[in-house]
Design a protein around this ligand. Structure first.
Ligand SMILES: [Zn+2]
Length: 592
């Protein structure tokens, strides 16, 4: 993707109107066939795409091959740009493979037991990557990349009973399974382009925008031509907003395949926007530490470089949301059961039976309903992820923080046994999906608003006292200290008597790690990851100074019960407790 240090591309996908669908899909089919032929031809030269990366990808592809099916110079440029980008990305993954290949070990594999099939041992993988990274001094982007390649290697192991020896053995030829055509290979606005795109914006109270899109395509007889008329695409408001300050780049045409097999063509509008400038290290004073909670989705607390807590902690609780998602999952299960029963009933009938058609029709309707449920489920997840990331950014701004210190993504464990475990486990898995989404959104949004983003390894952060730095145990509740439990929601320090909500303590610890990172960056200009027990990670104190959070307190007296769940408020008068079931607009109004 063309982007410099100060620019960032943001993408919005818009479905093409019905009248253009058939032609666009035919164009995508033709391109896919060319792209796949070229990929097959160039795959043996993968290494070249990792080393000689000067200039646009289509030029590099052009040095090695001509179009396998010639559909015009500009069309080939778009196709070869697609090919070149795929190969360059694969070459980067190959480099990651070369890094992780020496550390691949059987320890990454969890052996088969009586109740569970063999699988991946994520804790060992995370540990190995962290160790590898410490020696490499790379940032968290490559953590995800390395993890991704290791996971793929483990999947290979689970199928073949050994690790792959080469990247090519691990990665089959990455042919496109659905159409994809990037128009970025097309340079300039001169004649002969493979597409034309113009944006018209009507200024008004609510500005409305339309894109005029015209493209070259093969007709049903395979004759290439321009479409006679422009396709008018109404633009979503967010794209119009972006276009006010950003630059429109060449779009990408893509095919999406729905669960029922239906194909649709979408156009990705790509707008390059100015990245906000990052604050200089010297000027940075405050840090927002955020922890993925066991009991809450996220907990965040702000800290300054003098280890003073700023303002109250923030808990994002998702109780009602989880229940809704669980209900939708149950609904999907019920529908699937019904489909299976109908299928069985249909297969039991003789081939000529007229009732068979009835069953087929019923199954089709049920499957459509399942699809609808999944869409609802995923939409809710996405909405929550956006809400959570926006709230964190808002908190950072309210507290004047210039660094967001975030716990890295970790594998979730089930913390219960017995009744309802399956449902709970699903819930955790869904939370993992949401966390991934929030993490991704934050990385990207931080760039847009000029907030530095840094991740910390969570090891020990929920079992360390933030006040004195000693190891501390957690208990079921503040009043029940008979037995220490690992997942308990109340932390109690034996050494100094400090106690508080576990997730709150963890967010403070993540913020402390962030301070240690920031201080290193200020003094030496580079930082090595610290563990929570490192002497560079200083204890924190809280005096209530600077506690001017715009979020309104829940009352003069601490709100003890919120929907049957206790909201603990140790050390300060009130702590805001907002639930994510609020629509975004309402939520933001609540925040001042
Ligand atoms: Zn302590």
């Amino acid at each position: 993707m063309r982007s410099s240090r100060t620019q960032q591309p943001v993408t919005y996908d818009v479905r093409l109107p019905d009248e253009a669908q058939a032609d666009a899909l035919r164009l995508l089919d033709a391109s896919r066939s060319v792209v796949n032929e070229a990929l097959t031809f160039l795959w043996p030269s993968l290494d070249d795409f990792g080393t000689e990366r000067v200039g646009p990808a289509w030029k590099q592809v052009g040095m090695y091959t001509e179009s396998p099916q010639y559909h015009g110079e500009r069309q080939w440029r778009c196709e070869s740009e697609t090919v070149g980008r795929i190969l360059r990305a694969q070459a980067e993954r190959k480099k990651a493979f070369d890094l992780i290949h020496p550390i691949l070990s059987d320890g990454f594999i969890r052996p088969k037991t009586a109740t569970r099939p063999a699988g991946k041992k994520r804790s060992a993988i995370t540990e190995a990557i962290t160790a590898l990274q410490t020696s490499l001094e790379q940032d968290e982007t490559s953590f995800v990349e390395l993890q991704n390649v290791i996971e793929q290697a483990c999947n290979y192991f689970l199928h073949h009973d050994r690790f792959p020896l080469t990247y090519e053995e691990l990665q089959p030829l990455p042919l496109l399974s659905v159409g994809l055509l990037t128009y970025a290979g097309d340079d300039g606005g001169a004649k002969g382009q493979a597409y034309r795109l113009a944006i018209e914006i009507e200024e008004g109270q609510e500005p409305k925008g339309t894109a005029r899109f015209r493209f070259r395509y093969p007709d049903e007889q395979g004759v290439w031509q321009w479409r006679k008329a422009d396709t008018l695409i109404p633009l979503p408001n967010v794209v119009i907003e972006r276009l006010k300050t950003g630059t429109l780049l060449a779009p990408t045409l893509r095919e999406e395949r729905k669960a029922d097999g239906k194909r649709i063509a979408v156009l990705d509008f790509i707008v390059e926007v100015e990245k906000a400038e990052l604050p200089p290290w010297e000027a940075m004073e405050r840090i927002l530490g955020a922890d993925w909670g066991i009991h809450t989705l996220l907990t965040a607390t702000a800290l300054d470089t003098h280890h003073q807590q700023v303002g109250r902690p923030f808990f994002l609780e998702t109780g009602g949301f989880d229940g809704k998602q669980a209900r939708t999952r149950r609904q999907i299960d019920e529908l699937k059961k019904k489909v299976a029963a109908y299928e069985q009933a249909r297969e039991a009938l003789p081939a000529q039976d007229s009732k068979r058609r009835w069953y087929t029709e019923q199954m089709r309707m049920l499957r459509r309903e399942i699809d609808r449920c999944w869409r609802k489920y995923e939409q809710r997840n996405r909405a929550l992820a956006h809400l959570a990331s926006n709230v964190l950014l808002l908190l950072a701004r309210v507290h004047g923080c210039s660094l967001l210190s975030m716990e890295s993504l970790k594998t979730l464990k089930t913390t219960g046994r017995g009744k309802g475990v399956q449902g709970r486990w699903r819930n955790y898995r869904n939370n993992a999906t949401i966390r991934g989404e929030i993490w991704r959104l934050l990385r990207y949004k931080c760039h847009l608003i000029g907030l530095r983003f840094h991740t910390e390894q969570p090891r020990g952060t929920s079992h360390t006292c933030p006040q004195c730095g000693k190891a501390a145990k957690t208990y079921r509740s503040p009043t029940d200290r008979n037995e220490a439990v690992n997942w308990g929601r109340w932390l109690w320090c034996e050494a100094c008597g400090f106690n508080g909500d576990r997730d709150y303590c963890a967010s403070l610890n993540i913020a402390r790690l962030g301070v240690a990172y920031l201080v290193q960056m200020k003094t030496v200009g580079k930082a090595r990851p610290c563990s929570i027990t490192d002497p560079r990670v200083k204890p924190v104190s809280y005096t209530g100074a600077g506690s001017v959070l715009l979020l309104p307190p829940t009352g003069i007296n601490p709100a003890r019960h919120v929907r049957g769940k206790i909201c603990y408020c140790p050390g300060w008068l009130s702590s805001a407790f907002l639930q994510s079931s609020q629509p975004k607009a309402v939520f933001l109004r609540l925040c001042g």
